[in-house]
Ligand binder design. Structure first.
Ligand code: ATP
Length: 339
């Protein structure tokens, strides 16, 4: 049995977390969850912080977490839980796989892209100040070690996953120093260490047009923080939207798995949210455990769950966001029945 932290989070987080736990239990996945709070749920539970120290400590001690979406109250001086967690645990690499699913018809077929996003720098560094009362500035930060680290991580990932090509998205024609450094390091890693992986660079605006014309041209996409955030949601739209888009954040010692979607407050508490994005994130967690702890039973559980949700979708079992009628709980049941 492995122990992982479970953060249900806010909005639809608690209901999709319950559904995911049920599927994992039905699949007899060798994971035991320790539940911790973050986001508004942490404030409601009496903590004075959106990201309580005990939650961070639990992730440090267990090494892995499955995290629901966390809300940051706007304009109350709180720092985003997601940004704080990534920075505190140095989760520098975000990975978002985007793949067509059986029975989920979209405008595109054969989409199979992985977006790798640098998670700690760029415009998300949080360095903002007033120049005068009328002028504010936000600083985009790039450091050579972080640019090199994410490039190395991306090429290693591509090699392990038997991917063929990496495309780096940038705007180095305008942001010559920051994006310039990002592509310089990516190119260096490609030339020095991974010449067998095809490498290309594309300016982000041109890439946006190309990708909506034909997303099957792309394999692994590597971006700095802001471009990666936007590209992840854009690509989610190719395969069925946020309800089916999983993600993971990796550091050198810890990993946090979470859906791309937010707390979706408009549908929260109605038992209509799609739990698949979090369930797919949980299968990524099982694969990570299989690899990092050499435990094949985790890999087997991941394959079993993936086959079951593919089968459920193929049989037309879907939540409302995918054009179906099932509730969150009914969809989780439909998956469990097909394990
Ligand atoms: P937040 O402020 O936490 O980012 P949000 O509603 O602005 O929340 P998302 O939670 O990312 O942003 O969702 C945007 C919309 O996508 C939601 O209003 C909802 O319609 C849809 N959505 C997101 N996740 C799901 C899901 N798991 N199942 C069904 N619909 C979803």
């Amino acid at each position: 049995m492995h122990t992982a932290v479970l953060i249900p989070g806010d909005g639809i987080g608690p209901e999709v977390s319950v559904a995911v736990r049920q599927v994992l239990e039905a699949a007899e996945a060798p994971v035991r969850f320790v539940e911790c709070q973050a986001g508004e749920a942490a404030l409601e539970a009496g903590h004075d912080n959106l990201l309580p120290e005990e939650t961070v400590e639990a992730i440090r001690s267990h090494g892995v977490a499955l995290k629901g979406p966390c809300t940051t109250p706007i304009g109350k001086g709180f720092r985003s839980v997601n940004v704080a967690l990534r920075k505190t645990l140095n989760l520098f690499a975000a990975v978002r796989p985007v793949r067509n699913l059986p029975g989920v018809k979209t405008r595109y077929e054969n989409v199979d892209i992985v977006i790798i996003r640098e998670n700690t720098e760029g415009l998300y560094s949080g360095v903002e100040n007033f120049i005068t009362d009328e002028v504010v500035a936000s600083m985009k930060v790039a450091t050579r070690p972080a640019c090199h680290r994410i490039a190395l991580w991306a090429f290693r990932y591509a090699t392990r996953q038997r991917r063929k090509a990496i495309t780096v998205l940038h705007k180095a024609n305008i942001m010559k120093l920051t994006d310039g450094m990002f592509i310089e390091e990516a190119k260096r890693v490609h030339e020095q260490d991974y010449p067998n992986i095809e490498y290309s660079e594309l300016i982000i605006d041109a890439a946006s047009m190309k990708i909506v014309q034909d997303p099957t041209q792309f394999d692994v996409i590597l971006c700095e923080n802001l471009y990666g955030d936007i590209m992840s949601d854009l690509c989610a739209g190719f395969v069925g939207g946020l309800g089916v888009s999983p993600g993971a954040n990796f550091g050198t010692e810890h990993a946090v798995f979470e859906a791309v979607h937010g707390s979706a407050p408009t549908i929260a508490g109605k038992n209509v949210a799609n739990p698949l994005a979090l369930l797919m994130s949980a299968t990524m967690m099982l694969e990570y455990l299989a690899e990092s702890r050499s435990d094949e039973s985790c890999g087997a559980a991941a394959s079993k769950i993936r086959a079951a949700y593919d089968r459920a979708l193929g049989d037309g079992q879907k939540t409302q966001d995918l054009g179906g009628e099932l509730t969150t709980t009914a969809f989780a049941r439909a998956i469990s029945e097909r394990l």
